[in-house]
Design a protein. Structure first.
Length: 330
């Protein structure tokens, strides 16, 4: 029988109820991550018992989570998974500092990457002029791009933010929309309005939009322009045609960055190929262009979302005879 080790960890210095979560969700997550370890909480003491190496990993991981909670006020499920992964890979020391670094702090809430894939995506936006964030729903593709855009504006690295997406209906026909042109395109752009509103003080956003510092517009409005000193985000790029994608990328001007986000499993173009799917074959390997391929492991919504995405991927692979549909032309 393998030797066992028992350790008692003090959980002082944090809001214990917030740290453990509703019905001690933190312990449940730790039990999932370390099935050979027995956990017991009494007051502000956590006792762990199990195989020596596993207990030492838990002890180090909980120490980093406590530090993360002291910095951020709470620890999420994804934080627990990331700290555990970093400990297993030998990167445990300093995990809290790395995970706690925010991109923005808005109304007391920090916006920060929560998984390794998200951190690499954010780092790519710092290091490259054009970045493609490709992955399933819930991986933070658009949210983190918006945060970096606002950060760049606050640091005066750019003079304006441009947010755009193709006006394509997501599998259902909305029919005739009454009102002005702005009224007609608002349903397509509303997610971008909502996202930028979450990144800044509410009273500031209308003023910046009125002055042209923040622009939200359909992709068709980009034609013929040169976008200088701008942070440009193209969302839902799987619904661009190849011609639209080329048009958009060639709008790049001096002092600008472009981030293109999309999910190749959610193409809504009828009988047309996806510009995002094509460009991922054409531009990979081009200097100063980076492709960040996010996966179900990077989903930071409800944990069930990751399982739903995996189930659909498995079904699609089976239906296509083992061939990944995301690699084929639409």
């Amino acid at each position: 029988m393998d030797p066992e080790l028992q350790r008692t960890i003090s959980l002082t210095g944090v809001d214990l109820a917030a740290f453990l979560g509703d019905r001690e969700q933190l312990i449940g997550q730790l039990e999932t991550e370390h099935p050979a370890v027995v956990f017991h909480v009494r007051g502000d003491l956590l006792t762990v018992r199990g195989p020596v190496d596993a207990v030492r990993d838990v002890e180090q991981g909980v120490g980093e989570m406590l530090e993360l909670a002291r910095r951020n006020g709470a620890v999420s499920r994804s934080d627990v998974k990331e700290v555990g992964r970093m400990v297993r890979e030998g990167n445990g020391p300093g995990a809290a500092q790395m995970l706690a670094e925010p991109i923005l702090t808005v109304r007391g809430r920090s916006v920060r990457p929560q998984t390794q894939g998200q951190r690499e995506y954010v780092r790519a936006m710092d290091d490259h002029t054009v970045v493609f964030g490709i992955g399933p729903a819930g991986t933070g593709k658009t949210y983190l791009a918006m945060a970096k855009a606002v950060q760049s504006l606050q640091r005066r690295e750019v003079s304006k933010i441009i947010l755009t997406r193709p006006a394509v209906e997501a599998g259902e026909h909305l029919g005739y929309l009454p009102g002005t042109l702005e009224d007609k395109i608002d349903p397509y752009l509303r997610p971008l309005f909502d996202a930028v509103g979450a990144m800044m003080e509410p009273d500031l956003v209308p003023r910046l939009m009125a002055s042209g510092t923040i622009e939200v517009a359909p992709l068709a409005y980009m034609r013929g322009r040169t976008l200088n000193e701008s942070f440009v985000v193209l969302d839902e790029a799987q619904n661009t045609t190849p011609e639209q994608m080329k048009m958009f990328l060639t709008r790049l001007g001096y002092g600008s960055k472009m981030v293109v986000t999309g999910d190749l499993t959610q193409v809504d173009l009828p009988h047309k190929s996806s510009g995002l799917r094509q460009v991922s074959r054409i531009l990979r390997g081009v200097e100063d262009i980076h492709f960040s391929d996010l996966t179900a492991d990077d989903i930071v919504r409800h944990s069930l979302v990751g399982r739903i995405v995996d189930a659909y991927d498995t079904y699609d692979a089976r239906s296509s005879g083992g061939h990944d549909p995301r690699s084929a032309d639409a």
